[in-house]
Design a protein. Structure first.
Length: 317
């Protein structure tokens, strides 16, 4: 998926006031995509305060600039009374990641998906359009800490730009920066199980699955389906998996993954557990995952570093 392929499509975006939905619309419009219909299940007069509440991390000028685009009459908008009008004619739907949890999305969104209309999320745009190195991180627990740690350490040692985004609804997104990035830049994405359901043909170059435990089972037919959804992140990537996680080892069909969760990696980097400021075995596991990621990136020629740089970066995390 590239921008030229998107321009002729009838694109519908769910969640006009949300972080992901509003970011997608601003990005598409700013890059010449004009056939956009936006939907939000709120009253029209309540849109602006709802947008402000759901985008707290936008600076004042950023909020004004985005609202100016969202209010354009050329972008068709459907609020509570006409919500999902015309969705049956969409060529592509950017869906909110939990669309299936809300009754007001039925039956129209369900019908569109069953008809075969492609459903995408903001993660697809990141993975398909970013020209540099992409890293996807998921897991039932620890994915946010692991994403933040990877970003913190890589920023301290990599010469190129390092971005972090994805499934963090309270943060602003970095879609506007991806087209100006270079092949040496790095993008780290936290990816939820809901986003993984719609990942399809988009792939990260490197992936980490921190662990898989019983979570969101009300959204899956079985624990196995949930586990396999998490492991979908590894398709088309160099995967880094938890050697001590039973579900990962049971359901993974990935050949030759890189296994983490061995304290020997600390010795390899000339580190001690005390060099890392976060206490607890679960936090050490996150550190093991990031160290294996750094080693893998270096082995594949994506970064270079001295062990002393990593030791110097950890205390400030």
């Amino acid at each position: 998926m590239n921008l030229e392929q998107l321009k002729p499509l009838n694109i519908h975006v769910i969640g006009l006031s949300a972080v992901e939905g509003s970011s997608i619309i601003e990005f598409l419009w700013s890059n010449g995509v004009r056939n956009i219909t936006a939907h939000d299940f709120c009253k029209k007069k309540g849109f602006v305060p709802r947008f402000a509440k759901r985008n707290p991390n936008l600076k004042t000028e950023e909020r004004k600039a985005r609202l100016q685009i969202l209010k354009l009459p050329e972008i068709r908008k459907h609020f509570e009374d006409s919500y999902l009008t015309g969705i049956e004619n969409a060529d592509l739907i950017f869906a909110s990641q939990a669309w299936y949890k809300y009754k007001f999305n039925f039956p129209k969104l369900k019908d569109a998906k069953e008809k075969g209309t492609p459903f995408k999320t903001i993660i697809n745009l990141y993975l398909d359009l970013f020209p540099g190195v992409t890293i996807g991180i998921t897991g039932s627990n620890g994915k946010t800490t692991t994403t933040s740690l990877a970003h913190h350490v890589l920023k301290s040692l990599h010469d190129g730009q390092v971005f972090s985004s994805g499934n963090i609804d309270s943060t602003s997104q970095d879609l506007d920066k991806i087209l100006s990035a270079s092949e040496s830049d790095i993008l780290i994405l936290e990816i939820s199980n809901r986003q993984l359901k719609l990942l399809e043909d988009s792939h990260a170059a490197f992936s980490i699955v921190t662990n898989i435990t019983e979570n969101h089972l009300d959204e899956h037919d079985s624990f196995q389906e949930y586990a396999e959804t998490k492991l979908r992140l590894c398709q088309g990537s160099i995967p880094i998996l938890n050697d001590k996680d039973e579900a990962t080892k049971l359901y993974s069909k990935i050949e030759n993954p890189i296994w983490f969760n061995n304290e020997d990696i600390l010795k390899e980097f000339k580190l001690k557990a005390s060099d890392y400021p976060l206490a607890g075995q679960h936090n050490l596991e996150n550190l093991y995952a990031v160290l294996h990621l750094l080693k893998t990136l270096k082995t594949n020629g994506k970064i270079n570093y001295e062990n002393s740089q990593i030791k110097a970066a950890l205390p400030s995390f």
